[in-house]
Design a protein around this ligand. Structure first.
Ligand code: HAM
Length: 424
């Protein structure tokens, strides 16, 4: 038996309906804010992620799927989407388009992570990037679009954590401040953090090991070291959020796991998933495109972990998607079998979602199945019905049966589901 690789999943129906519905709402909401979809390759030159996500981050250090292709070029399955978007912006000369550009993407990402709940080696992200605007308004718009997406799904308990990561100049000073504060306590840090102390002390603040968190608690907040530019920027973002009534908390410990961020960073956590499981992360990255060899184009974006999102979807949304009404079309006898596809095709064209009984079940067995599978109604076609050009329709909620002309079936159906289904 060949099994799927560790950390991957098969997404099966009916759960895939939830994925489609969520993705549809993402397209709708982000599209309504002027977003356009971008699709970049699933693998890129390894160098792209090393230079953008950062050599000393956990992602690049130990989580990338990196392999040589047949010509020996080093390629990596994308661990995130922003780097590819930035590369595509430069490579396709998107600078010629009017800015800001709002680009969204949906698709699989790959990280070699230790398996645990909500953590996969192939997972899907839904991301949005706003390129070419450096104002606090752009950050707030991005967060508002994200918030609106969550609201449409029925979330009401998500918490946005927000912080100022400073400008790169501030960060140099901050790294030094952390190093100075923690060097005397080196022995108390985990082995990863001892390495981080030399290479990228900021990353220590992100360590999940409790003893490291305890030591890191003594480090002064970034905001204390940050210059006026970044502090003023984030204060204005916060003012926008307050005006919109979007709840957030200022979290001085939030540093994010990728190196390209500056100024605004944020994460969304769900009480259902626990504080350590993040549903969405994002922030501003005004130097990324320039660092990759392009012009100085600012950017801000986020990515939502779709697997985790599906896991904590509000029950009402789940229910509304999974209980979409369907008609069960049952042909009885040879002649009906021969005619049923043409009938079905005509009805499908008029927007009737249906399933044909194609295994030759008896009427009794079909009705039993209809009940078990939660069909809204059954349409029965036998010799009698064929002769009269009609169809016997059974409303399973009401338990009633009537006959309608076959051309009238779509109208009957739409009236039926317009009515609240009794007893279901
Ligand atoms: P990130 O925080 O690394 O940011 O990932 C974003 C989200 O992807 C996480 O909050 C989480 O929900 C989900 N995620 C990450 N790793 C896994 C995993 N192994 N299994 C399941 N879900 C996972 C980024 O990727 C940035 N590119 C976001 C961004 C866009 N920043 C600016 N623009």
């Amino acid at each position: 038996m060949i099994q799927r690789p560790r950390g991957t999943r098969d997404l099966l129906p009916p759960e895939t309906c939830l994925w489609q519905a969520v993705e549809g709402i993402a397209r709708e909401v982000f599209g309504a804010f002027g977003g356009e979809e971008i699709r970049t390759p699933v693998f890129e030159a390894t160098e792209l992620f090393v230079r953008s996500v950062g050599e000393t981050t956990d992602i690049v250090h130990k989580e990338m799927y990196t392999f040589p292709d047949r010509k020996g070029r080093s390629l990596t399955l994308r661990p995130e989407g922003t780097a590819g978007v930035a590369r595509a912006w430069i490579e396709n000369g998107l600078g010629d388009r009017s800015h800001p550009l709002r680009l969204y993407y949906l698709g699989p990402m790959f990280r070699y992570e230790r398996m645990q709940h909500g953590r996969y080696r192939q997972f899907a992200q839904i991301g949005l990037e706003i390129l070419g605007a450096d104002t606090p308004l752009a950050d707030a718009e991005l967060i508002a679009a994200m918030h609106e997406f969550f609201v449409r799904l029925g979330f009401s308990d998500l918490v946005i954590h927000l912080n100022n990561l400073g400008d790169p100049e501030d960060r140099v000073r901050y790294q030094e401040a952390i190093r100075a504060a923690l060097a005397p306590r080196r022995a108390e840090l985990c082995s990863d953090c001892q390495r981080r102390l030399d290479e990228n002390p900021l990353r220590i603040l992100d360590c999940k090991v409790p003893s490291c968190q305890a030591v890191a608690a003594d480090v002064p907040p970034m905001d204390a070291v940050a210059g006026e530019g970044s502090r003023g920027h984030v204060v204005r973002v916060e003012a926008h959020l307050r005006r919109l009534g979007i709840p957030y908390v200022r979290n001085e410990r939030l540093v994010r796991g990728l190196d390209y961020y500056l100024r605004t960073v944020f994460e969304v956590v769900s009480p259902a998933l626990g504080a350590n499981t993040v549903l969405c992360g994002g922030g501003r990255y005004d130097r990324l495109i320039a660092d990759l060899g392009g012009p100085a184009i600012p950017g801000v974006g986020f990515a939502i972990g779709e697997d985790r999102l599906i896991e904590v979807l509000p029950e009402a949304f789940r229910e509304s998607v999974l209980s979409r009404p369907k008609l069960y079309l049952v042909p009885l006898g040879e002649a009906a079998q021969a005619a049923v596809l043409a009938l079905a095709l005509g009805w499908v064209r008029e927007g009737v979602p249906l399933e044909i009984e194609a295994t030759g079940r008896s009427l009794k067995a079909a009705l039993k199945r209809a009940d078990r599978e939660g069909f809204r109604a059954v349409a029965i076609v036998g010799d009698d019905e064929l002769q009269k050009d009609s169809v016997s329709v059974r409303d399973l909620a009401a338990g009633s049966q009537t006959s309608v002309p076959s051309t009238e079936l779509p109208r009957w159906w739409h009236e039926l589901i317009g009515r609240p289904a009794e007893g279901r």
